[in-house]
Design a protein around this ligand. Structure first.
Ligand code: KIV
Length: 260
């Protein structure tokens, strides 16, 4: 299936079977998630925090994204591989198109960018070149410094109307789906009902969008130092790693004591 076929298949999920998306940043995780039937593997710039140890996504570079997208692509998943633009790599339509082509050359089948009306021209430039684009509205992690933290959006009628206007601009420009992050559930449900492409929610309530995306570390419990309030871990990988490492340390220590 080509990237454009996969984007069309995603679009057709509007209002149908919910889309299950997860982030993935490496080869084994991509293979495991794909085997489990995940629809979309998002190589998100959240890798800045959960893989690279930065405080937020503003430290992530194009080089980081290319490295991790290539690792995920080597898994040759059936799932749709979406690669995030890192901050400062899509400031103009020409830059966005050139860097979208780099993300695709690394193995992405679609690219994701943050923002609405202000990004429409860039979305048009990228989609005109045959590269599917996923939008991202609501709380925009790349603006965390200007916003003074991570805040819920869509709380007032004016904020809800602005999100809808942004979503409509992105749809008109050709996106195949839109992530809604930390949007008031009622607003997420309302926007979802108004627009023609699937919405994929995170921190925007349950059953409010056409699908959900989660950071894989939040799902498997492998990043215990920060767990978002909306996360619903299904495993406790950090505990398993600590336990295995402690057993290893004990075994090696005992061995070294036994030797002459
Ligand atoms: O970077 C990321 O992982 C994301 C998700 C939070 C949607 O953009």
């Amino acid at each position: 299936m080509t990237a454009l076929d996969k984007a069309d298949a995603l679009r057709r999920r509007k209002g149908g079977r919910p889309i299950a998306a997860l982030t993935a940043y490496d080869y084994p995780t991509a293979r495991l998630l794909d085997e489990a039937g995940v629809d979309m593997l998002l190589v998100g710039d959240s890798l800045g925090m959960v893989v690279l140890g930065y405080p937020d996504t503003t430290h992530v570079t194009l080089g980081h994204m290319l490295h991790h997208i290539a690792a995920v692509a080597r898994a040759q998943p059936r799932a749709f591989i979406v690669g995030d633009f890192s901050i400062g790599t899509y400031d103009t339509p020409a830059q966005a198109l050139a860097n979208a082509q780099c993300l695709v050359a690394a193995g992405a089948e679609a690219v994701k960018l943050e923002g609405g009306c202000n990004q429409a021209e860039k979305v048009r430039a990228i989609t005109a070149a045959g590269i599917p684009v996923v939008g991202h509205l609501g709380m925009l992690p790349q603006s965390v410094i200007e916003e003074g933290g991570y805040h819920k959006t869509g709380k007032t009628p004016a904020q809800a109307a602005a999100i809808l206007a942004d979503a409509e601009a992105l749809v008109a420009a050709g996106v195949c789906a839109i992530v809604l992050e930390s949007v008031l559930p009622a607003t997420a449900r309302w926007v979802t009902a108004q627009i023609a492409v699937p919405t994929i929610g995170i921190g925007s309530g349950e059953d409010t969008c056409d699908g959900e995306v989660a950071v894989v570390d939040d799902l498997i419990g492998s990043f215990p130092w920060f767990v978002p309030p909306f996360a619903r871990p299904e495993a406790h990988v950090a505990d398993a790693i600590r336990e295995a490492a402690a057993k290893y340390v004990a075994r090696v220590t005992l061995l070294s004591k036994a030797s002459p």
